[in-house]
Design a protein around this ligand. Structure first.
Ligand code: PNS
Length: 162
């Protein structure tokens, strides 16, 4: 089975992430979305909330792919790949500024375990989008509809109302 992982913090998932996940699901038999657990990094949403947002966003997408599963990843991504039988990492590249670090990680992961990284160009519609910017705009009451799945929009609104 050709299996790929789309790794990230997904705090929260954006429409840019969702676009990459759905496009990857057309190329692989199974796509595992690995939500990274990094105890040193403070997140707005809990791991369960982030996983739930991803599942609901994939389900609500017009393609509604059935070959996307969501999981957590605690340690090295290459260990996750070994345990889950994943041969490829799929990453979205928004701009040249993403490239240096992504290339470094891709080469490290390949040297550690022979896992290949495939870069997919981000849909230009979402080239400026990041989870951090979405959170900042939402925190100050800006409109992020159209940039995140509806379930995330609701989550951000609930969070700022509390
Ligand atoms: O959404 P993010 O925070 O940019 O995702 C970064 C992530 C989780 C994909 C990256 O930090 C990662 O792969 N972490 C797992 C730990 C690991 O394998 N580190 C070595 C990378 S070469």
């Amino acid at each position: 089975m050709r299996r790929a992982v789309c790794p990230g913090s997904f705090d929260p998932i954006t429409n840019g992430h969702l676009d990459i996940i759905v496009r990857a699901s057309r190329l692989f038999d199974e796509v595992v979305v690995a939500v990274g657990i990094n105890k040193t990094k403070a997140t707005l949403f809990t791991i369960d909330e982030r996983m739930d947002f991803i599942r609901q966003a994939v389900r609500s997408h017009p393609d509604s792919p059935t070959n996307v599963v969501v999981d957590t990843s605690h340690g090295l991504l290459v260990d996750f790949c070994r345990v889950r039988g994943v041969q490829s990492i799929v990453k979205g590249l928004r701009a040249v500024s993403d490239f240096d670090y992504e290339l470094q990680m891709a080469q490290m992961n390949n040297s550690l375990a022979g896992v290949e990284t495939l870069f997919m160009s981000t849909n230009p519609q979402y080239a400026f989008l990041s989870s951090s910017l979405v959170k900042e705009v939402a925190r100050y009451g800006g409109d992020v509809s159209g940039l995140v799945p509806d379930i995330v929009l609701k989550g951000l609104r609930d969070r700022s109302a509390s």
